[in-house]
Design a protein around this ligand. Structure first.
Ligand code: PLP
Length: 365
């Protein structure tokens, strides 16, 4: 017997969600965002499963891109943060990777680094998020400088939305206007939308969408949407009950006794803790045991957590526990824990990952 904690990744759900994203994109193309190990789902498995249909994949950095190339992924791959130092440009060029260019420094470095095989550049405008990107009034000049380099084969125009997951936030339209105004007349394909923009803001869909979160079956919105209701969760975080005991009223539970039973209580211990990526969620956070929701009780430990099993008469050691998945959205757990679903998915650690379809991990020589 091994420790029962594990993540189960449903690659058929991933495909379903990608197809939904693609159909919402309409005439345009859909770049599947698989940065951070595909939001914790396994970048190689996820890209292999989408490789027949994805228009491209987006990763954060060259290390992530090269990992996919080494695993045999030949689809278009774009690097969302571009390059950190000019030496990366040689691999970028020879491995045929697209890069985002987001700062005047990167433009200067590109000018000083002639490349044998031309690269495609996504020139990013800071239309209002104020993280990375070329400021609007410097954008045209940046475009003109890149246009002159023979080692750049194509320039795409892109920006990123800061508030698209808030449906009524007018800032999205403001960003769209800024992008429109400062790219007016420039040739090249355009890309604006993340998952939230793709689902809710048709004007942001443009030539290329860049969904991440929704591919993993999680809606970026707090409120229900039609598309959101069609998404299928890809990750299930599972474990089992490993211990059960009855305690009287007034019993403190776990470290620091942050919960105290108010009645005779049947406590169940589940092999799942914060070292697995489960958050330090508060008392009352739901856990699903045999299809029934029970409350988390006491502080989450490194390797274990405790639930109140009083409502489940016939609970037994070895019964399955679902920490998140189709019966319990990860967004709900995130909300309880005061964080966002992105963080919970990416934080997965230690647990073995099982795939519902075969995955060809290339043997490393
Ligand atoms: C991560 C990222 C995305 C995907 O965002 P989601 O909210 O997960 O859909 C799109 N574009 C850029 C630039 C990103 O960094």
């Amino acid at each position: 017997m091994s420790r029962p904690a594990r993540a189960v990744i449903h690659l058929d759900a991933l495909k379903h969600n990608y197809r939904l994203a693609k159909s919402l994109t309409g005439e345009g193309k859909t770049m599947a965002v698989v940065k951070a190990n595909a939001y914790g789902h396994g970048a190689i498995a996820c890209t292999q499963s989408l490789s027949d249909e994805a228009d491209g994949f987006a990763v954060a950095c060259i290390e992530e891109a090269l990992e996919l190339r080494a695993a045999g992924i030949t689809n278009r791959i774009m690097i969302l943060e571009g390059f950190f130092e000019p030496s990366e440009l040689f691999d970028i060029s020879s491995e045929k990777l697209d890069i985002v260019v987001q700062s005047p420094e990167q433009i200067k470095q590109l000018e000083q680094t002639p490349l044998e095989s031309p690269v495609r550049v996504w020139l990013k405008m800071d239309s209002g998020m104020h993280r990375v990107g070329i400021l609007p009034d410097q954008y045209r000049d940046a475009w003109t400088r890149l246009e002159q380099l023979s080692w750049i084969s194509e320039i795409l125009l892109m920006t990123h939305l800061a508030c698209a997951d808030e449906m009524d936030n007018g800032y999205t339209l403001h960003q769209l206007e800024v992008f429109e105004q400062y790219t007016l007349g420039l040739p090249g394909e355009r890309s604006i939308a993340n998952s939230a923009g793709l689902i809710h803001c048709a004007q942001s869909r443009a030539d290329w969408t860049r969904p991440g979160l929704m591919l993993y079956g999680v809606s970026p919105f707090d409120t229900p949407t039609k598309a959101g209701s069609m998404l299928k969760p890809v990750m299930e975080l599972r474990s089992e009950i490993i211990s059960i005991k009855e305690v009287p009223a007034g019993s403190p539970v776990g470290y620091a006794g942050t919960a105290v039973t108010d009645k005779p209580t049947r406590l169940g211990v589940i092999a799942m803790g914060y070292a697995d990526g489960y958050p330090l969620a508060p008392n009352g956070t739901p856990v699903i045991i045999k299809g029934q929701s029970v409350p988390l009780t006491g502080r989450v430990s490194m390797d274990m957590l405790t639930v109140d099993l009083s409502e489940i008469e016939d609970a037994r050691i070895g019964d399955p526990a679902l920490l998140w998945g189709s019966e319990l959205p990860v967004a709900e757990v995130a909300k309880q824990a005061g964080t966002i679903p992105y963080q919970l998915l990416c934080n997965l650690n230690r647990v073995p990952v099982n795939y519902t379809q075969p995955v060809k991990f290339k043997e490393t020589v």
